[in-house]
Design a protein around this ligand. Structure first.
Ligand code: SIN
Length: 281
């Protein structure tokens, strides 16, 4: 794919590209924006280095792609409810996002994408892994594709944000609210067709996909466990090493991600803006 205003360097065979020649703090001209949008669709997750963003600039970049989400369980920055701060303090043992997931698949209209900005990074570790769910779908046998096409699955925040859930363990350091009351459940297709590219992607993730529609959890488990293992195979992934000022922008309709927790004793501070999807699918 040819780009006029930006440099695009893929970082793996499956997905992910580093973008050069862009200052995200500026009001992007339409040609640069269109190149970035195309690179996002071509590579599913794109990375920018050495950026300096105020909360307003961070939100302004994300807003070019859609309206911004206010997280139902994580309190946003003061004055900027759309920005959540993802922090692991030197004394913390648990990190946020430390399991494969697609952001906000537990909503009726799941997120389009997320823009994560690195404020402080540990001297080693704290990388983020991404897995292409297009590659995961394309890597299934024809028989499995035929079985899954047309199936729906139930997504919910209840396991992740209930008092024993992984994310809820960040309730003190990140002001995460615990979801022990009624938590909504929403049906999404197991195989999604990307609304912009028409490419198919698997859309189940271990954090938020509870069971297949019309099937008990225990009966759903064997096939879901197979899919969870399949969709994060090494060949479908890339890994991003953060430096201060890096920005990652990923497509939640096409990737899952996993924040590694291998830097105990060091601080990591990121800010994330999440872009709403535009319709149920
Ligand atoms: C997340 O959005 O799940 C966090 C990713 C990260 O901190 O690397």
């Amino acid at each position: 794919m040819a780009y006029n205003k930006i440099e695009v360097k893929p970082i793996s065979g499956a997905l992910g590209a580093e973008i050069g020649n862009v200052d995200l703090s500026r009001d992007l001209d339409n040609e640069t924006f269109s190149d970035i949008h195309q690179a996002f669709l071509d590579h599913q997750v794109i990375f920018f280095r050495d950026q300096t963003l105020t909360p307003e600039q961070h939100k302004a970049f994300a807003r070019r792609f859609g309206s911004l989400n206010v997280h139902p369980y994580v309190q946003g920055l003061e004055g900027h409810p759309e920005i959540i701060e993802i922090v692991k303090e030197p004394g913390d043992k648990v990190n946020f996002g430390g399991g494969w997931h697609s952001d906000m698949s537990f909503l009726e209209v799941p997120a389009l994408g997320s823009v994560l900005y690195a404020i402080e990074v540990p001297p080693y570790g704290g990388d983020t892994l991404f897995a292409s769910q297009h590659r995961a779908y394309e890597g299934l046998s024809d028989g499995m594709k035929a079985l899954l096409d047309g199936l729906k699955a139930v997504h919910s925040a209840k396991n992740e944000y209930s008092s024993s859930g992984h994310s809820a363990q960040k309730r003190e350091s990140m002001k995460v609210a615990v979801a022990d009351g009624y938590v909504g459940e929403y049906l999404h297709p197991v195989v999604r067709t990307h609304p912009e590219t028409g490419r198919k992607a698997l859309y189940v993730n271990p954090a938020f996909t509870d069971r297949f529609a019309g099937m008990r959890r225990s009966k759903s488990k064997p096939l879901l466990d197979f899919l969870f293992r399949h969709c994060t195979q090494e060949a479908f992934t890339c890994r991003f090493r953060w430096t201060k000022g890096s920005v990652a922008f990923w497509d939640n309709r096409a990737v899952q991600h996993y924040a590694l927790n291998d830097y105990h004793g060091y601080r990591r501070q990121m800010q994330r803006v999440t872009i709403n999807g535009d319709k149920p699918f």
